[in-house]
Design a binder for this molecule. Structure first.
Ligand SMILES: Cc1cc2nc3c(=O)[nH]c(=O)nc-3n(C[C@H](O)[C@H](O)[C@H](O)COP(=O)(O)O)c2cc1C
Length: 282
């Protein structure tokens, strides 16, 4: 099969997912790349978009072992019409649990045909300089693996005659998906004496939860705790100061010290095999 265009579809408040799928795209080596960014709040209001040709890479971060609900809602405005897809989740070095399976099912439901899948690691949203969790990831090694994965996908697709009749790609995870624990309504706060009112926090918030006037207001019911506002604040005025989050961060820092590595999945070469291959760990 020949593929001439590539669409990158992603929800990525702190940009690690975006970096990974751009790395995969580099490896696939298709010049015509279009971005479909589901991160800004207005992505949920777009008209239904039909995809008809080329290849898509769909990327999402892992939130409590699942997909972010905003990502799911926004993604459902796309129709795949049998477009082949690479599906990718990015997680903060703890675990991705049912997120990749959920992404596969979401992609299938929207009419995409997953041909390859990956779980990569990105700096944890709660990582701080005092409590680093997968800090700086994806790093050069991760991006090298993303490019390598892209090259394998390119070869694999070239060798495919058709994607008609392709069995659903097997990925880890179980259904019914895990029920995420209810999240207490906690959001980052602004240290007003440090804040320079530049408005960057409001600009990067994927749910329009932040408003900057004389002071900075955060609508807790909208906040998804992605920490884009914290990571992008040039004055370091946005902080997570709730003791429950501090405790969670300490626990993650302790539990997630061991570096996890990317995992990737393709269809077995021989049809009918029941498991997918993990190509980077072969
Ligand atoms: C609400 C929330 C829940 C998260 N849950 C998990 C998780 O279950 N496992 C994990 O390893 N990382 C988890 N993370 C960390 C993110 O998956 C990780 O930081 C990811 O790289 C963020 O992607 P982005 O940079 O594209 O926004 C969570 C982050 C947030 C904000």
């Amino acid at each position: 099969m020949d593929i001439n265009s590539l669409k990158l579809i992603y929800f990525s408040p702190t940009q690690t997912t975006k970096k990974i799928i751009e790395g995969i795209a580099q490896g696939i080596q298709i010049a015509a790349i279009e971005h479909v960014d589901l991160t800004p709040p207005d992505a949920g209001m777009r008209a239904l978009t039909e995809m008809h040709d080329g290849l898509v890479i769909i990327g999402a971060p892992v939130y409590v072992g699942r997909l972010p609900t905003d990502m799911i809602r926004r993604f459902r405005r796309l129709k795949g019409n049998d477009t082949p897809a690479v599906i990718v989740v990015v997680y903060g070095n703890r675990a991705y649990e049912d997120a990749l399976l959920e992404l596969r099912d979401l992609a299938l439901e929207a009419g995409f045909k997953p041909v390859a899948a990956g779980a990569f690691i990105g700096e944890h949203s709660l990582s701080t300089s005092a409590m680093p969790i997968a800090a700086g990831r994806p790093d050069e090694e991760d991006l090298g693996k993303a490019r390598e994965f892209g090259k394998v996908i390119r070869k694999e697709i070239r060798n495919m005659q058709t994607i008609d009749g392709l069995m659903p790609l097997k990925v880890p995870g179980s259904f019914p998906y895990r029920e995420p624990p209810a999240m207490p309504k906690i959001s980052p706060v602004t240290q007003e004496t440090v804040c320079i009112k530049c408005g960057r926090c409001a600009l990067v918030c994927p749910t329009a939860a932040v408003t900057v006037r004389e002071t900075v207001a955060t609508e807790q019911s909208l906040c998804i705790r992605c920490c884009a506002c914290v990571k992008n604040c040039p004055a370091e005025a946005r902080v997570m100061e709730d003791p429950r989050i501090k405790q969670k961060t300490e626990q993650l820092f302790e539990d997630c010290r061991n570096r996890k590595e990317p995992e990737t999945y393709l269809h077995p070469r021989q049809r009918g095999l029941s498991t997918s291959r993990s190509i980077l760990t072969e």
